[in-house]
Design a protein around this ligand. Structure first.
Ligand SMILES: Nc1nc2c(ncn2[C@@H]2O[C@H](COP(=O)(O)OP(=O)(O)OP(=O)(O)O)[C@@H](O)[C@H]2O)c(=O)[nH]1
Ligand SMILES: [Mg+2]
Length: 426
């Protein structure tokens, strides 16, 4: 089996990462009842001081690097229940944060911390005997995650070109009041396009909607215990658990992580994968009861982690990662039904990649993670659906903004020659 390293950057990246480690430990504990250090655990955990032959668990440490340019979030983690899962060597912090500024994270901290990041990655990589993937987790709205996170992405792309790079990128919601969010997002997206193998965009608005709907359905106000983002982050953590289940557990049709990029990304830059899940909540007892329901649920917009509609657009490829005791014939039957709704590009009409992992998520009988490479991700139609609006308007607006900036800039740098006032000789 192969191993992966998780690099969590900034507040959002670290908070999501911690929900992932917490739930991953629960999942392994529910399967690995004898408590042995098996290949499944080895894929994401080191066994510090363990006896390689006896496979007894000594001291489990996450294959992770925690990076933030302020100390609050990481210090909090090191005081919490996961404190023993990381050692101090795995942390890289600074004091003042990036102030929601991509340039500070990318240019300033990216340069300052380059060596210590490389050193940390090297140490983690050396502890793996077959390193396959980096999972980089960060938000797009703040400065550290978007700026330094993408600087780390570029660094590992250059230093470890053969190791796959999956990025989980959290996009800001409509009510995000940080004025620099859209700029950070755009600058970071440029880096993701150039250096990632696969990006899983997540919209915070979708996570909020899912949590609110869940609360309403259960006639309760949002769970007040835990940290503010915990419920939302659990959804992202479950996405990562489902995505990596094949590389952690046995299955009759296991999909290796490299197969995901190979099958879902036909053009290197078009690697933005839309994800949706069923069940979408990890809560016991809430979720589809019949197998076929996971297919219908995962294909409704309510379970999407990005607000767009793949059924109205063109699929380049689709991946269905199923967990639990499910037969291939059941999957084929459901794909036949889905095929009538999904429009594929003509050269990949049967572009379904199926994964079957026998271990279901904790508290559920089965689950489905649907991964779609679909043209709707560029959801420009919110604009172009209205009247005569054409896509060229964006280019025109961009050009006009650029020349406006140049004109102001020109005034800023111009050497003014002020004619001396005429003196009146009396
Ligand atoms: N889903 C989710 N979103 C978060 C979380 N924490 C922050 N965000 C979102 O992330 C964006 C802000 O980015 P942060 O991750 O806080 O910023 P940072 O990377 O720490 O960068 P600086 O604080 O500027 O140094 C906003 O859109 C927040 O709504 C989290 O735990 N979960
Ligand atoms: Mg921060």
């Amino acid at each position: 089996m192969t191993q992966s390293i998780v690099i969590q950057v900034g507040q959002c990246g670290n908070q999501i990462g911690c929900r992932f480690w917490d739930l991953a430990l629960k999942e392994h504990a529910s399967v690995n009842r004898k408590g042995i250090y098996d290949d499944a655990l080895k894929s994401f955990f080191r066994n510090e001081g363990g006896d390689e032959n006896r496979k007894t668990i000594a001291d489990l440490k996450a294959r992770a690097i925690l990076i933030d340019m302020e100390e609050g979030v990481v210090n909090e983690i090191m005081k919490g229940k996961l404190r023993n899962v990381f050692d101090r060597r795995q942390l890289i912090t600074d004091v003042s944060g990036s102030g929601n500024n991509w340039a500070v994270g990318h240019m300033v901290y990216g340069q300052q911390h380059r060596e210590s990041i490389l050193e940390n990655v090297r140490k983690e990589a050396e502890s793996c005997d077959s390193l396959q993937c980096f999972f980089i987790l960060h938000s797009m709205g703040g400065g550290t995650g978007s700026g330094l996170g993408t600087s780390v992405l570029r660094l590992v792309a250059e230093e470890y070109p053969d190791v796959y790079r999956f990025v989980t990128a959290v996009y800001p919601s409509f009510d995000d009041d940080v004025i620099t969010s859209p700029y950070n997002t755009m600058l970071a997206t440029n880096q993701l396009t150039n250096y990632a193998n696969c990006v899983l965009p997540i919209e915070n608005q979708c996570l909020t909607n899912i949590i609110e709907r869940h609360a309403k359905m259960n006639k309760q106000s949002e769970k007040k215990t835990g940290k503010p983002f915990d419920n939302m982050n659990d959804i992202v953590a479950n996405l990562l658990l489902n995505l990596t289940s094949s590389s952690r557990f046995e299955g009759s049709l296991n999909v290796d992580l490299n197969e995901i990029t190979m099958n879902l990304v036909p053009f290197p830059k078009l690697h933005y994968i839309l994800s949706s899940m069923a069940p979408i909540y990890s809560t016991k007892g809430i979720g589809p009861r019949r197998l076929d329901e996971i297919f219908t649920d995962a294909f409704t917009s309510l379970n999407h982690l990005v607000d767009c509609d793949p059924l109205r657009n063109l699929y380049l490829a689709s991946g269905l990662l199923i967990r639990g005791n499910v037969q291939l014939s059941d999957v084929r039957r459901n794909i036949e039904k889905l095929q009538m709704k999904c429009k594929f590009v003509p050269w990949n009409k049967d572009g379904w990649k199926i994964g079957l992992c026998s271990v279901a998520p904790v508290d559920h009988r089965y689950s489905l993670l649907s991964l779609s490479n679909n043209t709707c991700i560029a959801h420009i139609h919110h604009y172009t659906d209205h009247g005569e609006m054409s896509i060229n308007e964006f280019d025109l607006a961009n050009e006009s903004l650029k020349s406006l900036i140049e004109e102001y800039d020109d005034l800023n740098t111009r050497q003014w020659i002020v004619p001396e006032r005429l003196k009146i000789v009396l």
